[in-house]
Write a protein that binds this ligand. Structure first.
Ligand SMILES: Nc1ncnc2c1ncn2[C@@H]1O[C@H](COP(=O)(O)OP(=O)(O)OP(=O)(O)O)[C@@H](O)[C@H]1O
Ligand SMILES: [Mg+2]
Length: 264
């Protein structure tokens, strides 16, 4: 497989709201962020703040109410294999083998025959060569998530969108797959946006970490991680950075003063 150059992502003044029982539920409030080609950015923030809403806009699954999302200068209007999204749930088709699941993208584009070698390479990249003919029901959680990653990577996406991809895995498998993800990103060169609740995971993987406020999400802080990889989680710099982010998130989780006033 050739190395894919990552794409530049530009999120400009994005505001999003949903209709909820006749009222508008504001979810994203004027969010702007630029992600450089080949960069790995992690998004952290309270549950329900709007992280998945934002990544769905990047994937082109929804359109923002105001503002714009563009990739390499082109406004994102619909989903595209060049922007693959991997969820917490691997969502493999149970009636297709692992290889059959990985072949979905190339088949949809009518290039399955030409892509046979690429499908094999994607399976090899995630270490599933020996399980190519297995059924999803025969896989462990970690293996299923590897298959979901292969299904995304087979398209050679310049942008990989990851919405808590390791969220359901046990901590040991999670650590292993964090290493795999890092290796894949370093080898392939795509731009990655990773949503995670795990601050350590964000600090192990990302170039920058974006802290979002509670809903409606605003960008609270962008932290440049700036530590050499592989990162030593016990180094004073890492420990200090982690404490700082956790304190920020704790601050965000406390009730804002204007809401306290409403109560009284
Ligand atoms: N399609 C939708 N229609 C209505 N409301 C929605 C829709 N999608 C999301 N929401 C609401 O938007 C808010 C933000 O949801 P979102 O899934 O983006 O949060 P999140 O930060 O990803 O949370 P979590 O960390 O729990 O995954 C929630 O209040 C949710 O109920
Ligand atoms: Mg979410």
């Amino acid at each position: 497989m050739v190395r894919t150059a990552g794409a530049a992502i530009e999120i400009r003044n994005v505001t999003q709201a949903f209709r909820s029982g006749g009222d508008d539920l504001p979810v994203l409030d004027n969010v702007s962020l630029s992600v450089a080609p080949g960069e790995l950015v992690a998004l952290v923030g309270p549950s329900g703040s709007g992280k998945s809403t934002l990544i769905r806009l990047l994937a082109g699954l929804d359109q923002p109410l105001f503002g714009s999302v563009s990739v390499d200068g082109k406004v994102v209007k619909s989903p595209d294999p060049s922007r693959s999204l991997v969820f917490q749930d691997p969502t493999l088709l149970p009636w297709r083998t692992v290889r059959g699941n990985v072949a979905i993208g190339p088949q949809a584009r009518g290039v399955a025959n030409r892509s046979k070698q690429r499908i094999d390479e994607a399976l090899e990249l995630v270490g599933l060569t020996d399980f190519a003919d297995a059924w999803p029901a025969q896989l462990s959680g970690g293996m299923a998530q590897r298959a979901a990653l292969a299904r995304a990577l087979v398209n050679d996406p310049p942008v990989l969108l990851l919405d808590e991809p390791l969220g359901k895995l046990d901590s040991l498998t999670r650590r292993v797959l964090q290493g795999e993800l890092l290796r894949l990103w370093q080898e392939r060169g795509f731009t990655a946006v990773l949503i995670t609740h795990d601050v350590t995971e964000a600090l192990v993987l990302a170039d920058r970490l974006v802290v979002l406020s509670p809903r409606p999400a605003r960008i609270r802080e962008v932290v440049e991680i700036g530590l050499a990889r592989p990162r030593d989680q016990s180094s004073p710099e890492f420990v200090q950075l982690r404490a700082r982010i956790l304190a920020l998130l704790d601050e965000e989780a406390t009730t804002p003063p204007d809401e306290l006033e409403d109560v009284h």
